[in-house]
Design a protein around this ligand. Structure first.
Ligand code: NAP
Length: 311
């Protein structure tokens, strides 16, 4: 049941993630009311739609919040327009194409006195907060990340993923890095990367990454879009006091082989709960750490040619 004081919200880019996750989460959140969409393809049946965000912002000054669900290449201009119009803004991951874009948005939100929430949905998976708490008192020694999925099954028709700014296999891989940077008590830095780039694409289809952290911590990650079969979204952390294993993208947690019972409000319901909380508090939440690690992989990584990709 929507509250009388619910915030009128507009959704921008009504594609896969908007339909799969945002629309149900908004419908279930009493603190938000879906007031309009900005969609080039018609939006949501029964909801006011504008083909362009600028037209929506001009027509609907009552829309106080905007949630951006387009590919990252379109994110900055849309976020900037919404912030200049003094609307609260929620960004899908990755929050932008470049680090500087997101820093500029954070500065603009502060200057405009509105909320900017750069979301990392995987950090809201049920196992992530308990994993962080468990690791707080058990120094991690070695981390192994395996993030493998069939791009044809999970990203059908998404040509933007293969274009500069679309991140290629880092589009899902950045989810793993968002979890890594949330569960470890200290930072890690990239020390080596191999990026396998199909000869007909601008972004990698697979990569191998090595990171280092404090006190000899080593992290190895393999992201692969060429995987066929059930996806593997796993993170294993060896500590002096046992083994932690997050599976299913952070939704399942094992400690020393024992599956843990977890409370699970759902990633996207929890994102909108947090967005409401930030707006009420007059605060923003913009953590660049996962995007910085990806940027560093593109800075330091060796580009190796891979077989052409044809969907
Ligand atoms: P998508 O379905 O390919 O595209 C989303 C929508 O954005 C499109 O339907 C279109 O909406 C709009 N759009 C597409 N290209 C555009 C462009 N060049 N300029 C402006 N608008 C454009 O993508 P998606 O899978 O929903 O992913 C969108 C974002 O969500 C990505 O950053 C992705 O990393 C993130 N995400 C995706 C998933 C997932 O499972 N797919 C999960 C979590 C996060 P209109 O026709 O309505 O304009």
């Amino acid at each position: 049941m929507t509250r009388a004081d619910a915030i009128d919200l507009a959704l921008v880019g009504v594609g896969k993630i908007a339909r799969d996750q945002h629309l149900p989460a908004i419908a279930a959140d009493a603190g938000f009311r879906l007031a309009a969409t900005a969609s080039r393809s018609g939006g949501v049946e029964g909801v006011e739609n504008h083909a362009e965000l600028d037209a929506l912002l001009a027509a609907r000054p009552d829309v106080a919040a905007v949630s951006l669900c387009q590919p990252p290449q379109a994110r900055y201009e849309a976020a900037r327009a919404a912030l200049l119009a003094r609307r609260h803004v929620m960004l899908e991951k990755p929050p932008g194409q470049t680090v500087a874009e997101v820093q500029a948005l954070a500065d603009l939100a502060a200057a405009q006195g509105v909320t900017l929430f750069a979301t990392w949905h995987s950090r809201h998976a049920a196992g992530v907060a308990p994993a962080r708490d468990w690791l707080a008192s058990r120094p991690a020694r070695r981390v192994r990340i395996t993030w493998q999925e069939d791009v044809r099954e999970w990203h059908p028709g998404q040509t933007w993923i293969w274009q500069a700014g679309g991140l290629g296999v880092f589009d899902p891989g950045i989810n793993a890095l968002s979890i890594l940077t949330a569960i470890l008590p200290g930072p890690v830095r990239l020390t080596a990367a191999d990026l396998h780039v199909p000869t007909n694409c601008e972004t990698p289809i697979a990569c191998d990454l090595v990171f280092a952290g404090a006190e000899g911590l080593s992290v190895e990650a393999r992201f692969d879009f060429r995987w066929e079969g059930p996806p593997r979204w796993d993170i294993e952390v060896e500590t002096d006091a046992g083994l932690l294993r997050l599976a299913k993208g952070g939704a399942a947690l094992e400690l020393d082989g024992a599956p843990q019972r977890l409370e699970d409000p759902g990633e996207y319901p929890d994102l909108y709960r947090r967005f409401g909380e930030l707006i009420a508090a007059g605060a923003s939440d913009v953590d660049l750490a996962p995007l910085v690690l990806v940027a560093d992989a593109f800075l330091l990584g060796r580009r190796l040619p891979a077989e052409p990709f044809h969907e």
